[in-house]
Design a protein around this ligand. Structure first.
Ligand SMILES: Cc1ncc(C[n+]2csc(CCOP(=O)(O)OP(=O)(O)O)c2C)c(N)n1
Length: 529
């Protein structure tokens, strides 16, 4: 109450009233990812604060600088199970970079300043500040404190490390560049392209590294890991040197680490020293900002080419396994959205099969135009995160692409979009299932579709209830006119794509298997119970 009482006195702050606090955290995260600035979310104590948890964990896993401010019961009531009391600092300790309770108004301004600094400096992440109601009601004369924070000294990038990496690249026969979210967070786009072009190294972008290099670049291979293309994963398995920049060799990238990149010496560049050697053994580590290190590497490497190696990898590429019977294939939908939006748009995806189709099929041209929940894999992320992205990028189209499951987790935010005039374009891939889970049930549980069929409301009528235009697309021939109409519409719009119920994402590395063991096409029914 005191915070909101004061808010109208500061008209420079744009406040967006969401319908669910989870959406506030995702929207702040989306804003941060798209703008490179911090995103701020605010919630009341107790249930409001706990509703932020999934959004904060999402931001933590994907290194997004979010600051959350929560109300708390008055200090005298703390620890007494007061109405709407919850220990949100305790709850969020493991899922934030930092969280603290402000026990005195004299500290408040400095705690806010610190929160912003901590969220942004080094490897970014979420910070929570919990402010008891009586502290919010206090007034104080601000005293400039002694500086407590030493400015984030950037870790020294050792010249030996850079030179050793350059020597490994020069001596390699089959080197690869693997690029992750750190390249996007640090804006290392030019440096990554220059490093690739000066050495001829083929480039693999992880799910969160997508758009660090344009998909059309001749050295761009694609996404690795569980749903990576066969030739991309095979390149990893055959490589003799892998230069990993700003990625953490997450299990969805590596598959079973025992068999990951068996021939490769791994050079790992990361700002966070605790990532080095955490998931895979590393031959050489360089701790530092992805952009600065890559720029130094560009200077240090000797020009070379990798034509034969690149041709060998491209020779392993296969046309996608055609698992789709109808004509409204994921390929057609993604191509249709790209044709309508061209390169003027940012795509925000949810989690599931549609996320993988979009990651693999959308030809990203501009940096940081693909935003998704990678580490936590949070269904319900796309719709609210896209609101934050749109606020950061008001002049370009923002598409939120969800499955019918994830969409129903935060579709209440259409009301926020209408009230606050945030014209996000909503796409729902409706397959009548929690598709990705159904796919696992099909492959690994003998088609026992337990609790994955999912009923949806009539999305066109739902949109009508919110007063926004909507279309249902069931045939490929409707794609062009509908997407052209959706592109020019001014406010929020919704397009439902009625896709084949049992379409699958191929290839797929089964859980526990190595990158050398992909399932490339429909398995016979009843494979492996
Ligand atoms: C909040 C949350 N709950 C559960 C899961 C586990 N999960 C991963 S994908 C998926 C199914 C997604 O279904 P849908 O949103 O319809 O998308 P589709 O896979 O069909 O494209 C589920 C339940 C998750 N990732 N996030």
């Amino acid at each position: 109450m005191p915070f909101y009482h004061a808010l109208p006195d500061v008209p420079e702050i744009r406040h967006i009233l969401v319908r669910h606090e989870q959406a506030a955290a995702h929207a702040a995260d989306g804003y941060a990812r798209a703008s490179g600035r911090i995103g701020v979310c605010v919630a009341t104590s107790g249930p409001g604060a706990t509703n932020l948890v999934t959004g904060l964990a999402t931001a933590q896993m994907d290194s997004s600088p979010v600051v959350a401010i929560t109300g708390q019961v008055p200090r005298a009531m703390l620890g007494r199970d007061a109405f709407q009391e919850t220990d949100v600092v305790g709850i969020t300790l493991p899922i934030t970079k930092h969280s603290c309770l402000v026990a005195d108004v004299a500290e408040l301004a400095d705690r806010v300043r610190e929160a912003i600094a901590i969220a942004r400096e080094g490897r970014p992440g979420p910070v929570l500040i919990d402010v008891p109601k009586d502290v919010q009601n206090q007034k104080t004369e601000y005293q400039e404190p002694e500086p407590r924070l030493t400015p984030g000294a950037s870790p020294g990038i050792t010249e030996e490390g850079v030179l050793a990496a350059a020597r490994l690249i020069a001596a390699a026969e089959r080197p690869l560049l693997m690029v992750g979210h750190g390249a996007i967070l640090s804006g290392a786009y030019d440096a990554v392209r220059q490093l690739a072009e000066k050495t001829g190294m083929p480039v693999i972008t992880t799910l969160l590294g997508i758009s660090a290099l344009p998909a059309s670049h001749p050295l761009h291979l694609g996404m690795p890991g569980m749903h990576g293309e066969v030739h991309v994963n095979r390149a990893i398995q055959r490589a003799d040197v892998i230069v990993g920049i700003g990625l953490r060799f997450d299990d969805r990238v590596t598959g079973n680490t025992k068999g990951f990149a068996p021939r490769a010496k791994i050079v790992h560049v990361d700002l966070d020293a605790s990532e080095i050697g955490k998931n895979v053994p590393v031959a050489l580590a360089i701790v530092g900002d992805a952009r600065s290190v890559t720029e130094r590497l560009v200077e240090a490497v000797t020009p070379r080419g990798c034509e034969a190696w690149l041709a060998e990898i491209k020779g392993w590429a296969r046309p996608p396994a055609d698992s789709y019977r109808g004509d409204l294939s994921p390929e057609a939908i993604v191509a249709g959205i790209h044709a309508a939006a061209r390169d003027r748009c940012t795509i925000v995806t949810d989690v599931g099969q549609h996320q993988m189709w979009v990651a693999k099929l959308y030809p990203y041209g501009r940096p940081n135009t693909h935003i998704t929940s990678g580490g936590l894999g949070t269904m319900g992320f796309a719709v609210p995160a896209a609101m934050g992205v749109k606020l950061a990028r008001p002049r370009e189209d923002v598409w939120a692409i969800s499955g019918d499951g994830g969409f129903q987790m935060n579709m209440q935010e259409i009301a926020t979009m209408v009230q606050e005039r945030i014209p996000v374009k909503l796409a729902v891939f409706n397959n009548g299932y929690l598709g990705m889970v159904r796919q696992w049930q099909q492959f690994f549980h003998g088609r026992r579709y337990s609790a994955t069929p999912i009923w949806s409301p009539d999305y066109v009528k739902l949109a009508a209830a919110y007063g926004i235009p909507a279309w249902r697309v069931a045939r490929a021939s409707d794609l062009e006119p509908v997407l052209a109409g959706a592109s020019v519409a001014e406010g929020p719009v919704l397009v439902e794509f009625v896709i084949e119920q049992e379409a699958n994402v191929f290839p797929m590395i089964p859980p526990g298997a190595t990158l050398s063991e992909p399932i490339e096409a429909e398995p016979a029914a009843g494979v492996k119970e």
